[in-house]
Design a protein. Structure first.
Length: 304
């Protein structure tokens, strides 16, 4: 059975493009709160349970709102996307965090726009933009300046997990762009398919490996934030943006996550930023902003 992606309207004016970009950027900005919520509010040593609570309840709520299940080939597509974007990405993310300092993990995650740029060439047949690729490299450097410290460690398995995590979500982002959204399905319904699928992938391993932790009121509030805001709302905005914006430009918005995490560390955890970190912060913001532009000079593009 064949399915036809929904004809998602693409912003044409600068105002509508800016609005779509701003709405999509809220998703990685919200994801930047994950670290402080996890460390300050959730039970320790249960990262997979946190990932499960972030995905499955939000996915089920979205399914109830959308009142539509996949049909035909969208069953396996939903599970592929849910696994890449959530079910596989979350455990790799936490494995990276456990084996590496947060700064190294964040820097590896910031490589995702570069991976997406090349995957878009292979999977979508897009031309490689030197402009966005260059700003992707600048973004990695900027994030590294913000979050890397002199004591940064480089555990080989942690490095592999970080790269695999970036590749997993990067591939999911590109396939989401390629397959589009089924006709008549809302963005919240599309997010629900993937969150529910990713949650189901996580369910059995989580119960077998970690079990259910003791949960107090603070933890409940943390899980609600991660699930409703960081899961349901953020992924709805993210997948809607992927249908409206260039895929590499969208991926560059992910640089907001480590930057927001750094700001929250300063505001709530008493951390401070030195001059190099401030410069790196500005560099990453410049990369994020400039990566949204699309210079008309065709000489800035090459086919690979």
């Amino acid at each position: 059975m064949t399915t036809t992606p929904a004809p998602v309207p693409v912003p044409t004016s600068s105002g509508s493009r800016l609005g779509a970009t701003a709405a999509t950027a809220l998703a990685p900005a919200v994801w930047g709160t994950t670290y402080i919520v996890t460390t300050a509010m959730l039970p320790a040593d249960h990262p997979m349970f946190a990932a499960l609570m972030r995905a499955l309840p939000a996915g089920l709520i979205a399914l109830l709102i959308a009142r539509r299940l996949p049909t035909g080939g969208w069953w396996w597509k939903a599970f592929v996307l849910g696994t890449l974007n959530i079910g596989l990405f979350f455990p790799l993310l936490f494995a990276t965090a456990e084996r590496l300092p947060g700064g190294v993990a964040a820097t590896l995650g910031a490589t995702q726009p570069i991976l997406v740029a090349f995957l878009a060439v292979l999977v979508l047949g897009e031309r490689l933009s030197r402009w966005r690729l260059g700003w992707g490299v600048v973004g990695v450097i900027g994030v590294g300046m913000v979050v890397l410290g002199p004591g940064a460690g480089f555990d080989p398995l942690g490095i592999l997990a970080g790269i695999a995590g970036a590749a997993s979500m990067g591939t999911g982002v590109v396939l989401t762009k390629r397959w589009g959204r089924p006709a008549g399905l809302s963005a919240i319904g599309f997010a629900g398919w993937q969150l529910a699928a990713g949650g189901l992938v996580l369910l059995v391993p989580t119960l077998l490996i970690e079990g259910v932790p003791t949960v107090d009121g603070t933890a409940v509030a943390g899980y609600l934030w991660l699930g409703i805001i960081g899961g349901l709302l953020a992924y709805t905005l993210w997948f809607r943006g992927l249908g409206r914006l260039p895929v590499t430009a969208t991926a560059l918005l992910g640089l907001l996550s480590p930057l927001v995490a750094a700001v929250l560390g300063v505001v709530f955890a008493g951390e401070s930023l030195n001059l190099v970190q401030v410069l790196g912060f500005g560099l990453a913001l410049a990369a994020l902003a400039c990566g949204q532009l699309n210079p008309q000079n065709s000489s800035g593009r090459v086919r690979v």
